[in-house]
Ligand binder design. Structure first.
Ligand SMILES: [Cu+2]
Length: 259
């Protein structure tokens, strides 16, 4: 079937160019198939979205550096593939402008990424002076206690318990600040909602305060992200982001059902 006797054994320059164009086309197609978020969650809170943007900045920088390095490697392989070693550039020569460039450029890249990280962390860690909703979350072996400290129109807190027999769902209002005081009753745990791109330790003797400002409605799974003992894997809960009016109705129903 494929016994054409007249096929040339070496590729002509035209065929080579065609091959390179095909390779570039395939590469462009593969890259265009990449998702813009690089498989990260985009963050369903304003704080999480800032973390996502930070991930994105690191990913794009890493990709640009990687492509540049690969290009140099392949250029060397192709440009010098058939040269006689006698025709190679001198291997021990130095070039001061290049030495300075490849020392300062990486330092600048790291400095910019460091600065971007500090700015993002400060913004994510900032807490509002007057949050519209306030909660206390206590982690324990093996569950979580979610308490709404001062529900509007109520005289007492509302508490939900999550344990291995029942994974609780607590609600928070969309586009409003929910401030959380996180503590632990025993060992170190970690509050983790992957879709929020957010984790925070629950440490013995320390109250960690943070704000969550959800921007997308939905029900998101949360877990303990710090191995804390035998039933660590059962420390699951759900957080449901709803419209503020729905949240108020839900909170009042919780208060009534716990009387
Ligand atoms: Cu735990």
């Amino acid at each position: 079937m494929s016994t054409s006797a007249s096929a040339p054994s070496r590729a002509t320059p035209g065929r080579r160019r065609l091959g390179r164009a095909g390779l570039l086309g395939a590469l462009a197609l593969a890259l265009s198939g990449c998702t813009y978020n690089f498989e990260n969650y985009t963050g369903a809170t304003t704080q999480g979205h800032q973390i996502f943007k930070l991930f994105q900045g690191f990913d794009i920088t890493a990709l640009a550096v990687g492509v540049f390095v690969w290009a140099l490697i392949f250029w060397c392989i192709l440009a010098y593939r058939r040269k006689n070693p006698d025709h190679w550039p001198r291997q021990t020569r130095y070039n001061m402008p290049w030495e300075v460039a490849y020392t300062t450029i990486p330092i600048l890249i790291v400095a910019v990424l460091f600065g971007y990280t500090v700015v993002t962390e400060n913004s994510v860690d900032a807490v509002a002076a007057n949050p519209s909703n306030h909660m206390s979350i206590q982690a324990f072996q093996w569950g979580w206690r979610f308490t709404y400290d001062n529900p509007p129109g109520s005289t007492r807190p509302v508490t939900l318990l999550s344990d291995p027999n029942h994974y609780a769902t607590f609600e928070i209002p969309l586009n409003e600040v929910t401030q959380v005081d996180l503590t632990t009753a025993d060992v170190i745990h970690e509050f983790d909602v992957p879709r929020f791109d957010f984790q925070r330790y629950a440490q013995s003797g320390i109250e960690n305060t943070f704000d969550l400002t959800p921007t997308q409605t939905g029900t998101y799974i949360g877990r303990c992200a710090q191995f804390c003992g035998l039933h660590h894997d059962l420390m699951i809960f759900y957080v449901k982001v709803v419209q503020p009016a729905t949240f108020q109705t839900w909170l009042q129903s919780q208060e009534r059902s716990s009387t």
